[in-house]
Design a binder for this molecule. Sequence first.
Ligand SMILES: *Cc1c(COP(=O)(O)O)cnc(C)c1O
Length: 438
Amino acid sequence: MKLPDQGITRQELISHMQALRAYDADWQNGNTFSLVYYAGEEVIQVAKEAYTMFFSENGLNPMAFPSLKKFESEVIAMTARMLGGDDDTVGNMTSGGTDSILMAVKTARDMARAEHPEITVPEMVIPSSVHAAFLKAASYFDVKPIRVPVASDFRADVAAMAKAVNKNTILLVGSAPCYPYGVVDPIEELSALALKHNINFHVDACLGGFLLPFLRQLGLPIPRFDFSLPGVTSMSADIHKYGYAAKGASTVLYRNKSIRQYQYTIVSDWSGGIYASPSAAGTRPGGAIAAAWAVMNFLGAEGYRKLASQIKETTQALKEGIKTIPGLYVLGEPDMSVFAFGSDSLDVYALGDEMDVRGWYLDRQQLPPSLHLMITPAHAGIVDRFLTDLAEAVNGLRQGQPQATNGSAALYGMLAQSPDPVITKEFIRGLMDGLTQI
Ligand SMILES: *Cc1c(COP(=O)(O)O)cnc(C)c1O
């Protein structure tokens, strides 16, 4: 396919695009459990209006657009305050959680380079449950990841992490909560470990940053996880997740400026002029910055609390319902609205395929095999329908009458039988090439 010689009309274009959408995941009705964090039409309208209002503006140069500068500063200040920060806390908006994590790892690496030149092979000690973005960062920035298996409760194993710390360690990581199991790591103990060794400690609150504070206000026993703990040096919190902003909005925060300085890139002898950039991006969409500011101000703490309350009820009902289905169990004791369930008697991938047939899309996880749910306000009305379908799918499998003809069970079965990680990676690369091909 090549660029059309002549453009097509706006009308044709829109109707073609509408038609293509027909096969996309149906997130508005709560049939998906990842990718979209939906807080209702009004919030979407606010985000869209703000986004399109600043559609063309560029956050690259804050001097040209003082409005964007104000939005970003206020978003950072509000987020920092929500996460136990004080007047010294600083940060930046980024394009997403991965971007924030990349920045935090790069900052820790460059800080160690400046302050500990004796470290030639920097290492970071991470629980096995941290987001894959940390492995991306490790590979991009050449920091050796030391992956420490989580404890039996699926939380970071602090004693094992302490053992993994050595003179090359530049960074510890904990999650609040981690994506696979939705449990908050023992951040207080990790904070003490970081202080003891005088190393940086990043808390990944990409998922929980905009939800845990409100669940705590509603009375849930949320453990301490933020800057109120003195060993925490940086945090990430995504506004495009439970902040309900438009996609392309996250925050990376630092305890103070003297840490954040290592995030900056400054090129003073470029032909294009003095170029200073705080984070990875050059051009930055003004829309994403404006929409984040708008949604945060539209909802306010009260709005976020109301949504959190809805999520709390829905999560509780789904967890309880799943536990009553024979053979299914919830992994660990999830602290928030994200959790996984497994089975001691069924192939959960086959169960996932059965749920696909019934119009639900559940993410597949491994180590151990499980299905993943991420609850948003969109799921308030689906609990009964979901649990009925799940029980029916379980029964169908037990009776040897699956409805799905192929799906993830075959893929995961094959991967499980391929002990050679190189073959596995080759295979997955092939799949990815397939996905990006037209
Ligand atoms: C989503 C997520 C990330 C990555 O965020 P993206 O916005 O997808 O790049 C990192 N950490 C956790 C815990 C997450 O849930």
